[in-house]
Design a protein around this ligand. Structure first.
Ligand SMILES: Cc1cc2nc3c(=O)[nH]c(=O)nc-3n(C[C@H](O)[C@H](O)[C@H](O)COP(=O)(O)O)c2cc1C
Length: 188
Protein backbone atom coordinates (compact mmCIF):
# COMPACT_ATOMS: atom_id res chain seq x y z
CA UNK A 1 0.00 0.00 0.00
CA UNK A 2 1.44 3.39 -0.99
CA UNK A 3 0.85 6.61 0.86
CA UNK A 4 0.83 10.03 -0.81
CA UNK A 5 3.41 12.12 1.07
CA UNK A 6 3.77 15.84 1.33
CA UNK A 7 6.95 16.39 -0.66
CA UNK A 8 7.45 17.22 -4.30
CA UNK A 9 10.67 16.29 -6.08
CA UNK A 10 12.19 13.29 -4.33
CA UNK A 11 15.49 12.43 -5.99
CA UNK A 12 17.97 10.53 -3.84
CA UNK A 13 20.90 10.65 -3.54
CA UNK A 14 21.99 14.08 -4.69
CA UNK A 15 25.65 14.98 -5.21
CA UNK A 16 27.73 17.31 -3.08
CA UNK A 17 29.47 19.40 -5.72
CA UNK A 18 32.07 22.01 -4.90
CA UNK A 19 31.92 24.75 -7.54
CA UNK A 20 35.06 26.92 -7.44
CA UNK A 21 35.52 30.23 -9.23
CA UNK A 22 37.58 33.43 -9.25
CA UNK A 23 36.13 36.91 -8.95
CA UNK A 24 37.42 40.01 -10.74
CA UNK A 25 40.27 40.32 -8.20
CA UNK A 26 41.31 36.68 -8.45
CA UNK A 27 39.75 35.90 -5.07
CA UNK A 28 38.71 32.26 -4.77
CA UNK A 29 35.10 31.36 -4.00
CA UNK A 30 33.68 27.87 -3.55
CA UNK A 31 30.00 26.97 -3.17
CA UNK A 32 28.19 23.75 -2.33
CA UNK A 33 25.73 22.61 -5.01
CA UNK A 34 23.48 19.58 -4.77
CA UNK A 35 21.19 20.61 -7.64
CA UNK A 36 23.58 19.61 -10.37
CA UNK A 37 24.45 16.60 -12.44
CA UNK A 38 26.17 15.28 -15.53
CA UNK A 39 23.97 15.89 -18.59
CA UNK A 40 26.15 14.30 -21.30
CA UNK A 41 29.52 12.55 -21.46
CA UNK A 42 31.40 15.86 -21.15
CA UNK A 43 28.84 18.35 -19.85
CA UNK A 44 27.39 19.24 -16.47
CA UNK A 45 24.28 21.19 -15.55
CA UNK A 46 24.52 23.33 -12.41
CA UNK A 47 21.31 24.86 -11.06
CA UNK A 48 22.69 27.87 -9.22
CA UNK A 49 20.77 30.86 -7.98
CA UNK A 50 21.72 33.98 -9.94
CA UNK A 51 22.24 35.78 -6.61
CA UNK A 52 25.20 33.65 -5.59
CA UNK A 53 28.70 35.03 -5.88
CA UNK A 54 29.54 31.85 -7.78
CA UNK A 55 26.98 32.67 -10.49
CA UNK A 56 28.42 36.16 -10.90
CA UNK A 57 31.98 34.80 -11.04
CA UNK A 58 31.05 32.12 -13.54
CA UNK A 59 29.57 34.73 -15.87
CA UNK A 60 32.61 36.95 -15.45
CA UNK A 61 35.35 34.37 -16.02
CA UNK A 62 33.47 31.82 -18.12
CA UNK A 63 35.00 29.03 -16.06
CA UNK A 64 34.75 26.97 -12.89
CA UNK A 65 35.99 23.76 -11.43
CA UNK A 66 33.58 21.22 -10.00
CA UNK A 67 34.92 18.83 -7.37
CA UNK A 68 33.20 16.00 -5.54
CA UNK A 69 33.31 16.67 -1.81
CA UNK A 70 34.77 13.77 0.16
CA UNK A 71 33.88 12.69 3.70
CA UNK A 72 37.20 13.93 5.08
CA UNK A 73 36.22 17.50 4.14
CA UNK A 74 32.53 17.50 5.12
CA UNK A 75 32.95 20.43 7.49
CA UNK A 76 34.49 22.64 4.81
CA UNK A 77 32.01 21.43 2.16
CA UNK A 78 29.05 22.34 4.36
CA UNK A 79 30.60 25.70 5.24
CA UNK A 80 30.83 26.48 1.51
CA UNK A 81 27.05 26.03 1.41
CA UNK A 82 26.35 28.33 4.35
CA UNK A 83 28.74 31.24 3.83
CA UNK A 84 28.54 33.49 0.78
CA UNK A 85 31.35 35.27 -1.03
CA UNK A 86 28.86 38.13 -1.45
CA UNK A 87 29.08 38.89 2.29
CA UNK A 88 32.45 37.46 3.24
CA UNK A 89 35.52 38.56 1.27
CA UNK A 90 37.62 35.91 3.05
CA UNK A 91 35.12 33.05 2.67
CA UNK A 92 37.62 30.69 1.09
CA UNK A 93 40.55 31.74 3.28
CA UNK A 94 38.54 30.92 6.41
CA UNK A 95 38.07 27.33 5.24
CA UNK A 96 41.80 26.66 5.59
CA UNK A 97 41.87 24.82 2.24
CA UNK A 98 44.35 25.53 -0.53
CA UNK A 99 43.77 26.51 -4.14
CA UNK A 100 45.94 26.52 -7.25
CA UNK A 101 45.01 27.82 -10.68
CA UNK A 102 43.86 25.22 -13.18
CA UNK A 103 46.20 24.78 -16.15
CA UNK A 104 43.21 24.56 -18.48
CA UNK A 105 40.61 27.06 -17.32
CA UNK A 106 40.50 30.36 -15.46
CA UNK A 107 39.34 28.81 -12.19
CA UNK A 108 40.90 27.44 -9.01
CA UNK A 109 41.51 23.78 -8.25
CA UNK A 110 40.98 23.02 -4.56
CA UNK A 111 43.87 20.77 -3.61
CA UNK A 112 42.16 18.85 -0.81
CA UNK A 113 39.24 17.49 -2.89
CA UNK A 114 40.32 14.24 -4.59
CA UNK A 115 38.40 14.52 -7.88
CA UNK A 116 37.99 17.76 -9.82
CA UNK A 117 36.56 18.62 -13.22
CA UNK A 118 37.88 21.72 -14.99
CA UNK A 119 35.01 23.39 -16.82
CA UNK A 120 34.26 26.09 -19.37
CA UNK A 121 30.91 27.86 -19.36
CA UNK A 122 28.86 26.98 -22.44
CA UNK A 123 25.46 28.44 -21.69
CA UNK A 124 23.34 30.09 -19.01
CA UNK A 125 19.69 29.14 -19.19
CA UNK A 126 17.31 31.58 -17.55
CA UNK A 127 13.95 30.03 -18.30
CA UNK A 128 10.55 30.31 -16.70
CA UNK A 129 11.16 27.10 -14.77
CA UNK A 130 14.91 26.75 -14.64
CA UNK A 131 18.00 28.81 -13.95
CA UNK A 132 21.13 26.87 -14.70
CA UNK A 133 24.58 26.88 -16.19
CA UNK A 134 25.75 24.27 -18.68
CA UNK A 135 29.50 23.74 -18.46
CA UNK A 136 31.83 21.64 -20.57
CA UNK A 137 34.40 19.47 -18.81
CA UNK A 138 37.75 20.05 -20.52
CA UNK A 139 39.90 18.19 -18.00
CA UNK A 140 39.59 15.98 -14.92
CA UNK A 141 42.15 15.75 -12.13
CA UNK A 142 42.25 12.82 -9.71
CA UNK A 143 44.50 12.29 -6.71
CA UNK A 144 46.64 9.23 -7.44
CA UNK A 145 45.53 7.66 -4.17
CA UNK A 146 41.94 7.27 -5.46
CA UNK A 147 43.03 5.46 -8.63
CA UNK A 148 43.22 1.69 -9.01
CA UNK A 149 46.05 -0.09 -10.81
CA UNK A 150 44.05 0.07 -14.08
CA UNK A 151 43.84 3.87 -13.78
CA UNK A 152 40.12 3.90 -12.99
CA UNK A 153 38.59 5.68 -10.04
CA UNK A 154 37.98 3.60 -6.92
CA UNK A 155 34.76 4.93 -5.37
CA UNK A 156 35.68 3.55 -1.96
CA UNK A 157 38.93 5.54 -1.90
CA UNK A 158 37.07 8.57 -3.30
CA UNK A 159 34.65 8.39 -0.35
CA UNK A 160 32.37 11.01 -1.92
CA UNK A 161 29.59 12.62 0.07
CA UNK A 162 26.00 12.48 -1.07
CA UNK A 163 23.18 14.75 0.06
CA UNK A 164 19.94 13.43 1.56
CA UNK A 165 17.42 16.20 0.90
CA UNK A 166 14.72 14.48 2.97
CA UNK A 167 16.57 15.09 6.21
CA UNK A 168 19.31 17.57 5.25
CA UNK A 169 22.06 15.04 5.97
CA UNK A 170 25.25 13.99 4.26
CA UNK A 171 25.94 10.33 3.61
CA UNK A 172 28.85 8.49 2.10
CA UNK A 173 28.37 6.12 -0.78
CA UNK A 174 27.68 2.48 0.07
CA UNK A 175 28.65 -0.93 -1.23
CA UNK A 176 28.40 -2.14 -4.81
CA UNK A 177 24.93 -3.58 -5.45
CA UNK A 178 25.41 -5.00 -8.94
CA UNK A 179 26.47 -4.38 -12.54
CA UNK A 180 24.88 -1.68 -14.70
CA UNK A 181 23.89 -2.99 -18.14
CA UNK A 182 24.18 -6.42 -16.51
CA UNK A 183 21.91 -6.89 -13.51
CA UNK A 184 18.79 -6.73 -15.71
CA UNK A 185 19.98 -9.09 -18.44
CA UNK A 186 18.24 -12.14 -17.03
CA UNK A 187 14.88 -10.41 -17.61
CA UNK A 188 15.67 -9.81 -21.30
C1 LIG B 1 23.86 20.83 0.91
C2 LIG B 1 23.71 22.14 0.16
C3 LIG B 1 23.39 22.12 -1.18
C4 LIG B 1 23.22 23.31 -1.89
N1 LIG B 1 22.90 23.26 -3.22
C5 LIG B 1 22.71 24.40 -3.91
C6 LIG B 1 22.41 24.36 -5.29
O1 LIG B 1 22.42 23.31 -5.95
N2 LIG B 1 22.15 25.54 -5.91
C7 LIG B 1 22.20 26.75 -5.28
O2 LIG B 1 21.96 27.78 -5.90
N3 LIG B 1 22.54 26.83 -3.95
C8 LIG B 1 22.80 25.69 -3.26
N4 LIG B 1 23.18 25.74 -1.95
C9 LIG B 1 23.34 27.04 -1.31
C10 LIG B 1 24.69 27.71 -1.63
O3 LIG B 1 25.78 26.80 -1.52
C11 LIG B 1 24.92 28.88 -0.65
O4 LIG B 1 23.87 29.82 -0.83
C12 LIG B 1 26.27 29.55 -0.76
O5 LIG B 1 26.36 30.46 0.31
C13 LIG B 1 26.52 30.29 -2.06
O6 LIG B 1 27.84 30.77 -2.01
P1 LIG B 1 28.39 31.97 -2.89
O7 LIG B 1 27.44 33.13 -2.73
O8 LIG B 1 29.74 32.25 -2.28
O9 LIG B 1 28.46 31.49 -4.30
C14 LIG B 1 23.39 24.55 -1.22
C15 LIG B 1 23.75 24.58 0.12
C16 LIG B 1 23.91 23.38 0.83
C17 LIG B 1 24.31 23.40 2.28
Amino acid sequence: MKKSINIKAAIYPMPVLMVATYDENGTVDVMNAAWGTQCSSDKLVLCLSARHKTAKNLRLTGACTVALADAAHMKEADYFGIASGNDMADKFERSGLTAVKSNLVNAPVIEEFPLTMECELLEEIDGANLHCFIVKVVGTLADERILKEDGKICVHRLDALTFNQFRNKYFTTGEKAGDAWGAGKELM
